[in-house]
Ligand binder design. Structure first.
Ligand SMILES: [Zn+2]
Ligand SMILES: [Zn+2]
Length: 245
């Protein structure tokens, strides 16, 4: 399978990533991608940009260096009600909306309340992808998450960085395997993302792809093989998404 896209990357604007948008797009183009999504951390992540940054993304071109570029956000799930730190009027204008749990923004709770936080985010019609739902510091009920992702046409992310030994997230290999087995069973699509904070990490799937192969995961459930399929999960590009929800 040729990996055509990366839907989760950060630039200087996120405060702890190290390239400009131009450098990121050029690297993605060099690596042969058809599409790159830039998804900065939302404002409750210390050091990241604030809402006015996201509001003004409309000035940027959607084609650069021969590839398609989308602009979105990695919003923070702020509480167990699944509320995000970006207002709906801004989310609705963005090309891609990822929702993730991050330690500076939400304290880990019991499996029940962590799961509830993610389920409420999945039910949000403006959320397209759940970012790194693999961190053992936030135990989750994967049966419920995978089943809700199917019901609401939301992508679950297979985050390559989570599988890197340097990553602070815990028990990711075990959790990802539980999630992937359920995705296969329920026919739920996933997305491979790099979560690159450095341009050379774009489209890195050195851990995620071999794991999918080892598990014999059906490649038709991996949206990285088709830009059109990927976009069918984005609220900005798909009317079907709303009627499914
Ligand atoms: Zn994240
Ligand atoms: Zn990220």
């Amino acid at each position: 399978m040729k990996n055509l896209l990366d839907s989760h990357t950060h630039t200087l604007a996120s405060g702890h990533a190290y390239n400009t948008i131009t450098e990121m797009v050029q690297a993605a183009s060099r690596k042969g991608l058809s599409l790159l999504a830039i998804t900065e951390h939302a404002e409750m992540m210390p050091g990241s940009c604030n809402n006015i940054y996201f509001q003004n993304l409309k000035v940027l071109p959607h084609r650069m260096a021969g590839i398609e570029v989308l602009y979105g956000v990695e919003a923070n799930i702020m509480n167990y009600a699944g509320e995000l730190d970006v207002p709906e009027r801004i989310l609705s204008q963005l090309d891609v909306v990822i929702a993730s749990l991050h330690l500076p923004c939400i304290k880990p709770g019991t499996r029940e309340v962590n799961t509830q936080a993610v389920l409420r985010a999945i039910e949000n019609p403006l959320v397209d992808i759940i970012g790194h739902p693999d961190d053992g510091r936030y135990p989750l009920d994967y049966e419920k998450i995978v089943s809700a992702a199917r019901e609401h046409h939301v992508l679950l992310e297979l985050n390559n960085h989570s599988l890197d030994p340097s990553c602070a997230r815990e028990n990711t290999w075990e959790n990802v395997q539980i999630m992937l087995k359920l995705c296969r069973e329920y026919g739920v699509s996933i997305i491979m993302d790099s979560d690159a904070h450095w341009c050379e990490d774009i489209a890195d799937c050195r851990y995620s792809l071999p794991l999918l192969q080892e598990l014999d995961f059906p490649m038709e459930l991996v949206v990285n093989r088709s830009v059109e399929l990927y976009k069918s999960y984005l609220h900005r590009f798909s009317a079907r998404r709303r009627s499914d929800a």
